[in-house]
Design a protein around this ligand. Sequence first.
Ligand SMILES: Cc1cc2nc3c(=O)[nH]c(=O)nc-3n(C[C@H](O)[C@H](O)[C@H](O)COP(=O)(O)OP(=O)(O)OC[C@H]3O[C@@H](n4cnc5c(N)ncnc54)[C@H](O)[C@@H]3O)c2cc1C
Length: 267
Amino acid sequence: MSDIAAPAIPMLPAEARIVVGGGGIAGCSTAYHLARLGEENALLLEQGRLTCGTTWHAAGLVGQMRPNRNMTRMSKYGIELYATLEAETGLATSWKTCGSVKRRAYARAHAGPAPAAGAGLHDAGCYALDALRLESGRRAWGAELGPDETPIDAGTMFAVDLDKAGGFIGREALHRAAAAVPHKRLVTVVLEAADAWAWGGEPLAIAGEAAGELTSAGFSLRAGRSVGLGYLRGAAAARRHEGSAVGIVLWGETVAATAWDRWPADL
Ligand SMILES: Cc1cc2nc3c(=O)[nH]c(=O)nc-3n(C[C@H](O)[C@H](O)[C@H](O)COP(=O)(O)OP(=O)(O)OC[C@H]3O[C@@H](n4cnc5c(N)ncnc54)[C@H](O)[C@@H]3O)c2cc1C
């Protein structure tokens, strides 16, 4: 017999009324709120260590402006909760409240440039950089690009050599897709109003009919308004776009925008 001690296997209850899967912030929060509701028979199952997943990577920033109402409400609730958690549990949370400068919020509220120059401020944060990406039409992994998008969908066939010596994985599928009717097409979207703010993920409509979705959005200083990248689907995917009228559904209202195959020359 080996004298190496077997790893300690936690004794799990044979049954539980509620089982929560995953000990990231979502699972831990669910278990915490169940306990607060008085639930005494809930089990949190984590395959590794608590918070070892995506939660471990989070910078811990808890901004209040979120892409939609539910996320904003959740974030506001989180801020109230974190402020009291240390007193409630006796465990240090390192929670610190601070503010942040959001120039886009100013633009939304005042429909004009923020008085940044006078104060010596220049946009240089991640949102400013992302706006430059959108202006130059650079697709981002996780937004415009993912396992479901082909280079045909994303308009990146200029970077593909279909006749590459030795071939490549997916070449036949790409050949077939090139011969078929395109099912979606990447476009740059420019909002008409300077005070409408898109976040990315909003539905796109043409003549009142669903036509696709925004994948990224940001405030372009060059255009003086919100711009984005997105996919048009169906019939709209098969034609060119040089200022096609599209609508973006923002906060339940449709606002006017234009769609372009390339960044419009006059902006
Ligand atoms: C680099 C980075 C920075 C970030 N910064 C911020 C930030 O500043 N502010 C912010 O709000 N958000 C931030 N985020 C996003 C945030 O971290 C995530 O939205 C959040 O942590 C997701 O939590 P979750 O509980 O849904 O997932 P996870 O934390 O991934 O938890 C899922 C858990 O489930 C477990 N699991 C999976 N399968 C099983 C199974 N079969 N059985 C048992 N357990 C299982 C995993 O091990 C894992 O622990 C950031 C993310 C990254 C990557």
